[in-house]
Unconditional design. Sequence first.
Length: 289
Amino acid sequence: MITGDFDTQESDIPFPVFPDLIGEKGGDPTGEPVSRADSPANIEPEKDVPLGQDEKSKQMVEFLASENFSNRDKYVRMHILLLTWVIRRKIIENIKRVFDFVLSMFLIILFSPVMLLTALIIKLESPGPILYKQERVGIWGKPFLCYKFRSMVDDADLRKAELMDLNEADQVIFKIKKDPRITRVGQFFRKLSIDELPQLFNVIKGEMSLVGPRPPVPIEVEQYHFDTFRRLDAIPGITGLQQVSGRSELEFKRWIELDFQYIQEQSLPKDFEILIRTIPSVLSRKGAY
């Protein structure tokens, strides 16, 4: 804001307009001409104005006059480009949503015998529910319940605190290769990622995508650094660059770098590529535990 009193009579105060809005010679609302010498940028300030303040005010007025008004076509183009980008992104998001929904429905039908058999084995092998529902953090920090086939004993969450010293992952991730809480059949399910199949229903509900960063648990998000929150700028996925690049064998720093890379490059062809790469990654069982 430009402040300061001007040594002029009330009737001599010029109307604060810019040359490009009223013509080269200028004018006020009454039609009287206003010269450039009478513009606010050229009026001498009072002596009580701090040194340099008048120069800054002059530069600001000159910038507004030369940029914000004279180059209107530039800003029109900018708004058109912004609108085009928003529309394009919305179209891509809708296409991705349709792709996720249709393919998830197909996979649910395809793997329904496997899921029914898995549910039966879990029920017979150990006491407890068939599905494990865990709160996860989705896009922009929105929480949701993530579904998995239970691969651990029923009180696994209560026993986690006593196993923290055995953590083999770095930073905020908790992983143990030979976790004593995993059941006998649970180890097999984890190796082939069968325990992740119920997350297809999360995709149907719109809480997850087939491809994206893995959804973190709230306690992990609480330990994020400021820049790490960027990984929440995309819908979490069942698989992603991290899953096809080493899975649990990756350090957390590399994990985050891959998530950032996906968010920067995400597209339908990229998603399709990652889905194809997921098949040999799952079958090789590398980094799965």
